[in-house]
Design a protein around this ligand. Structure first.
Ligand code: 5GP
Ligand code: MN
Length: 346
């Protein structure tokens, strides 16, 4: 990361002068969001002696829930709204991780927008909402928020560039977040990413245990469902696009739970001539969640921003397709996707 000494010392002073700190991240947290949150909360509590809590809008999927299992300091607004809101109201410093602003915090957005304490953003997405924060750490040429946070924590006086000085809980959560955001070291891997992995392994993080939890602890239902979706539902187009649309009735029939469809969007891209892949999943709240991945110099972000109310990274983006606004009924999702691809790829 770009080492900006004055920004690091400004963050350190904000931490020192805060009584209570809340760390938060984006809606439907992924491994990077949850891993970075746990890593920072544990650092603030164990190394800085602070009263720090993580507060995230919704509970994690089955695949990544282990990151905060048994950790009593992370609260989810969907399962404990009163506790979540009182933690925020009682805090005087808010640190938001892994999203470019409050617009990605769903049920917490209005609470955060009215927040009167100090606000810090630590993120690796494009277009950070700088005006909403007192201090911003934004870097896009980096694997993950976990890697950016690792760089910041290393530069704190008490860590002094030695990863073994991080609490073990933070070190493990950082490696987990970076591993999921790089899709296990296949995307967005920079020299600094491997340096981070090397530093954390030397500090004693058990990578095998993390890999077991992330990639070898799934359900049989999940393997059968992903196989079925690839075999029966994936549509490939001559333009080099592929898409899969998962409807509410599929979620019931295949017993899909949060986290089960994570990674499915990457599979069509393993086909040589497929350059962009979309996964749509119907959400009971009245929209389709959209994931988009692309290869090389074709932008996933442009498609997400232009047609799916979203954004993200150049090759990995997401958004939403609202039923009743963008499309009249869920049956219109497939024709909408085909039209969006045609307009985008020509
Ligand atoms: P995923 O497809 O894994 O849900 O998300 C991939 C990337 O797209 C992540 O970097 C995420 O932050 C971004 N993303 C996902 N959903 C949305 C969304 O609704 N709005 C915006 N702006 N970005 C999103
Ligand atoms: Mn991330």
């Amino acid at each position: 990361m770009k080492a900006d000494k004055s920004a690091i010392s400004a963050l350190s002073s904000l931490i020192d002068s805060a009584e209570k700190i809340v760390v938060s991240s984006h809606t439907h947290p992924d491994g990077d969001a949850l891993g970075s949150t746990v890593a920072l909360v544990e650092y603030l509590r164990r190394s800085r002696g602070k009263d720090a809590s993580g507060v995230i809008c919704n509970s994690p999927g089955r695949d990544i829930a282990f990151i905060c299992d048994g950790n009593g300091n992370i609260t989810f607004h969907d399962s404990e709204p009163e506790k979540a809101e009182s933690l925020i109201a009682g805090s005087d410093l808010l640190i938001l991780l892994d999203c470019n602003g409050f617009s990605r915090t769903d049920s917490l957005e209005s609470i955060f927008k009215a927040y009167s304490g100090r606000k810090v953003l630590i993120d690796h997405h494009m277009y950070p909402e700088r005006d909403s924060f007192d201090l911003v750490f934004s870097e896009t040429e980096i694997s993950s928020s976990a890697e950016l946070l690792y760089g910041i924590l290393l530069r704190m006086d008490d860590v002094a560039m030695a990863p073994e000085n991080l609490p073990a809980e933070s070190a493990a959560a950082l490696l987990t977040g970076m591993t999921t955001d790089t899709n296990n070291f296949s995307n967005s891997v920079y020299p600094s990413t491997l340096e981070m992995a090397s530093g954390l392994l030397r500090a004693g993080v058990q990578r095998d245990a993390i890999i077991d939890r992330l990639y070898r602890s799934g359900s049989e239902d999940r393997v059968r469902m992903t196989g079925y979706m690839q075999w029966q539902r994936m549509v490939t187009l001559p333009s080099g696009a592929a898409y899969i649309v998962i409807r509410s009735k599929d979620i019931e029939e295949f017993r899909i739970v949060e986290g089960d469809t994570e990674g499915l969007v990457n599979i069509p891209l393993t086909i040589g001539n497929i350059r962009i892949s979309l996964l749509l999943r119907e959400d009971p709240a009245g929209y389709f969640r959209v994931s988009i991945r692309s290869k090389g110099d074709l932008s996933a972000r442009e498609l997400a921003a232009g047609w799916f109310n979203g954004g993200g990274h150049f090759n990995a983006s997401g958004g939403r397709l609202y039923i009743g606004k963008d499309i009249a009924s869920p049956d219109d999702a497939v024709p909408y996707v085909e039209k969006a691809i045609m307009e985008y790829l020509g």
